[in-house]
Design a protein around this ligand. Structure first.
Ligand code: ADP
Ligand code: F6P
Length: 320
């Protein structure tokens, strides 16, 4: 392995820049040439590839977004797209790639690996929904951003004796919503992984708590559940408490990465390059039981990641 490339793919996440920096600097330290692919698999297909040196990644560790840009590329899901990407790798002398992204991006990395370009996936998504790892780069920052926003909503709810129904991102997964809900002391947390009865688990609960003297409430709803306007209207109708719906949206994807995300990104990026440098590909970097490791990409993609129901029950028990 002489030349490696790095790309970011799928939704951006705070800390992706720190991961790019880690890959570039680790690669150079290990005597490898490093290239940057812009706009994920779309840039790989088009040959939008630049040379990277230690200075190309200066002053990015503290920045949100991704200096290499990112994209969703439907063409890459076709064999023709993968073939074009492989031809591009050959034309640019790329022997291996570090793919920073979510599990969709890892599926792409698997296809490239199958085509003879060894890839290592680094988990980067605010959703923390990758089965093979307990942590994904961006999760901590996104959660802190969501928390800051919910804390602000709570202030205005308190002033008006209102209920705030807040939608938190996470695609089909409820991890971001669950932990944001715990951290902000939500009265109810609705996630796609746990069935709920709006009347019993939310409306009746709020009414019972209201009877004990509490006047303002926060309900956190995962994007995968959705319908916050309707939920707010039903809470207002059922409890008599004025309710407002807020969708936090893409604000959760931006901003200065937290210390945790910078450190995780640095460790994971370094680990990915160490693998490629030993000629090992077709792996994904993992964080399991507080240790950075790696796993076969096929195995990783076939795993399931259940939501921690004990954690959910704990949150429910305390929101009384
Ligand atoms: P994420 O990586 O954050 O999960 P996406 O699911 O949007 O984001 O995937 C990012 C990109 O990865 C897609 O636009 C596509 O180019 C590639 N990709 C996604 N799923 C597959 C798949 N099943 N096979 C091959 N490539 C895929
Ligand atoms: O995967 C990250 C994420 O922000 C999800 O939480 C959300 O469902 C999706 O991406 C939004 O995608 P887009 O940026 O294309 O609107």
């Amino acid at each position: 392995m002489k030349t490696i490339a790095v790309l970011t793919s799928g939704g951006d996440a705070p800390g992706m820049n720190a991961a790019i920096r880690a890959v570039v600097r680790a690669g150079i330290s290990m005597g490898l040439k490093v290239k940057g692919v812009r706009r994920g698999y779309a840039g790989l297909i088009e040959g939008d590839i630049i040379d990277m040196d230690a200075r190309s990644v200066s002053d990015i560790i503290q920045r949100g977004g991704t200096m290499l840009y990112t994209a969703r590329c439907p063409e890459f899901k076709t064999q023709e797209g993968v073939d074009k990407a492989i031809a591009s790798c050959k034309a640019h002398g790329i022997d291996g790639i570090v793919v920073i992204g979510g599990d969709g991006s890892f599926r792409g990395a698997r296809d490239l690996s199958l085509g003879g370009i060894p890839c290592v996936g680094v988990p980067g998504t605010i959703d923390n929904d990758i089965s093979s790892t307990e942590y994904t780069i961006g999760y901590d920052t996104a959660m802190n951003t969501a928390l800051e926003m919910v804390d602000k909503l709570r202030d205005t709810c308190q002033s008006h004796d209102r209920c705030s129904v807040v939608e938190v991102m996470g695609r089909r997964a409820g991890y971001l919503a669950l932990q944001t809900g715990i951290a902000c002391g939500a009265v109810a947390i609705l996630v796609p992984e746990v069935e709920f009865d709006l009347q019993k688990d939310v409306i009746d609960k709020i009414s019972a708590i209201k009877a004990t003297g509490k006047k303002h409430f926060v309900v956190v709803v995962a994007e995968g559940v959705g319908g916050v306007e309707e939920i707010a209207a039903k809470i207002e109708e059922g409890t008599g408490i004025e309710s407002r719906a807020t969708i936090l949206g893409h604000v959760q994807r931006g901003g200065v990465p937290s210390a945790r995300d910078r450190v995780m990104a640095s460790q994971m990026g370094y680990h990915a390059v160490s693998l490629l440098n030993k000629g090992i590909g077709n792996r994904v970097v993992t964080f399991v039981k507080s240790e950075i490791g790696d796993m076969d990409i096929y195995e990783a993609l076939n795993m399931k990641k259940p939501l921690d129901v004990d954690e959910y029950n704990m949150a429910t028990a305390m929101s009384i």
